[in-house]
Design a protein around this ligand. Structure first.
Ligand SMILES: Cc1cc2nc3c(=O)[nH]c(=O)nc-3n(C[C@H](O)[C@H](O)[C@H](O)COP(=O)(O)O)c2cc1C
Length: 214
């Protein structure tokens, strides 16, 4: 059995470009690997705890080696479950739109929740930070109005790709593949071509995504 965590970050459930691309990819993946189980985490309908005072206190307690009080313990259990869901996945697929050069706040919320000392990374004053999760096939599907690869974004930066790549590597998910679906605005022909290009690339990638790397 292969467990694939699929994180869905677009709230547009009907005509989302990132979800459509992820659907193509996951269908191709299931055709290739019939035993794959897709664990869908829809960030807009998930119970994501607020990153509030109790949770921050718990994080700092863990960093300083202090025991939790009852509130901190309760807050910590919720995020430990979220990290366990990620940690138990054999592969990860994140489908997200670009929002204001970065990512939707729900995806940032999830990243903040799962990035925790002793659960997904460790800190040692002598040696620095050490990721605790094992690398595994990880794909980010990023859709955007502008095409940041070819320059039709008119000089605006893509901050989503470097942010997600660095944030995931920090907890151990290094070697992330980013597939873009862009441009999603402009001439219909260009948008259709971009969807088609992404579909083709994703179907190809699905063929070897879960193969052990040599
Ligand atoms: C709040 C918001 C902010 C956006 N910011 C950007 C942006 O900075 N750059 C860009 O190219 N597109 C931006 N877009 C457009 C989306 O990235 C684009 O429509 C994408 O394909 C949406 O993906 P989805 O259909 O999966 O939700 C933004 C859209 C929204 C709703």
């Amino acid at each position: 059995m292969i467990n694939v965590l699929y994180v869905e970050a677009s709230p547009r459930k009907v005509c989302s470009a990132s979800i459509a691309a992820a659907t193509v990819f996951l269908k191709a993946l299931e055709a290739q690997w019939p035993k794959a189980i897709i664990d869908r985490l829809d960030l807009w309908n998930a119970d994501l705890p607020e990153f509030d005072g109790a949770l921050i206190a718990a994080k700092y307690a863990r960093l300083s080696g202090r025991d939790f009080d009852a509130n901190e313990e309760e807050a910590w259990q919720k995020i430990a479950a979220l990290v366990a869901r990620l940690s138990s996945a054999d592969a990860v697929v994140i489908a997200t739109p670009m929002w204001n050069f970065g990512i939707p706040y729900k995806l940032k919320h999830w990243v903040d929740l799962i990035t925790q000392p002793s659960l997904s990374f460790n800190f040692d004053p002598e040696t620095g930070y050490r990721p605790l999760l094992k690398p595994r096939p990880t794909l980010v599907i990023l859709s955007s109005a502008g095409d940041y690869a070819t320059g039709t974004s008119f000089g605006r930066p893509d901050l989503a790709t470097p942010y997600l790549t660095a944030a995931l590597a920090f907890i151990g998910l290094s070697g992330v593949t980013v597939e873009t679906v862009a441009p999603m605005s402009g001439r219909t022909a260009a948008v259709d071509q971009a969807r088609e290009r992404a579909r083709n690339r994703l179907e190809l990638l699905a063929g070897h995504f879960l193969e052990p790397s040599s």
